[in-house]
Design a protein around this ligand. Structure first.
Ligand SMILES: [Zn+2]
Ligand SMILES: [Zn+2]
Length: 244
């Protein structure tokens, strides 16, 4: 049974990756896909509809002004987080295939959706548009292992779509962190202290980009480092936000 499933999934992989089917939906293999997903699968994606206004943490009820408990007790240095989807099925798998297997076609619909979402957002409030997009840095060792930094890839796409410059050389990750999920809040922040270094002057309004916002602790440290270097407003953009 499992052998059969594995064979089937290899077949699907071959089909999805072959040039011939470049126009098919990556989820259901339908042929009428836009940016890699058909309309039905696109509508099935878990939209992060109700969320904390600061960190985008999914909330169980509608709230236009409320922040989550963590943002209320310890307000983050960033002003807002924009993450259109919840990090759950099938978004988690799509991002995983992209990040760990380099299968970019799985992230394409999410990147295009985030770009559209941001375009709409800045049409109604152009004064909030950032002057620079900064991808969350990856330690150079990990970048070498993976071959690319997905945050840079996403930053580049958003830069093209929104006509905002991006730079991967303004901030550097100095060392690895222990996996954040294993740690409590205090330990998480301590784990990240002194982790990042900013180079040169930065503009007043910056967007920090990552694939997923998990605990928000990394975004807090990055935003603090950018604000210490002169930024006045840092917002966070991501494809997805974990439910908690
Ligand atoms: Zn589909
Ligand atoms: Zn929050």
């Amino acid at each position: 049974m499992i052998k059969g499933l594995r064979f089937l999934s290899t077949l699907i992989e071959l089909k999805v990756n072959s040039e011939k089917t470049a126009g098919s939906c990556v989820a259901c293999l339908d042929h009428k896909a836009i940016n890699g997903l058909c309309q039905g699968c696109h509508e099935d994606l878990p939209v992060n509809r109700w969320h904390c206004q600061r960190c985008a943490l999914p909330l169980a009820f509608r709230s236009d002004t409320l922040s989550c408990g963590e943002c209320l007790s310890m307000p983050p240095p960033f002003s807002q987080t924009i993450a259109p989807w919840r990090y759950q099925y099938p978004v988690d798998g799509m991002i995983g295939r992209y990040k760990y297997n380099g299968q970019r076609q799985y992230a394409r619909p999410l990147m295009a959706g985030l770009a559209e979402h941001l375009s709409r957002h800045f049409q109604s409030s152009p004064e909030l548009k950032p002057e620079l997009i900064v991808p969350a840095p990856m330690h150079r060792k990990r970048r070498r292992q993976r071959g690319f930094n997905q945050a840079e890839d996403i930053a580049e796409q958003l830069s093209l779509a929104l006509n905002v410059p991006w730079s991967a050389t303004r901030i550097r990750r100095l060392r690895h962190a222990r996996p954040q999920r294993e740690l409590g809040r205090e330990a998480r922040l301590h784990n990240l202290r002194g982790m990042f270094e900013v180079y040169g002057a930065v503009p007043a309004r910056i967007a920090l980009v990552d694939d997923v916002v998990t605990t928000g602790a990394t975004a807090r440290m990055l935003a603090t480092a950018l604000m210490d270097a002169g930024a006045e407003d840092v917002q966070v953009w991501a494809l997805a936000r974990t439910p908690g």
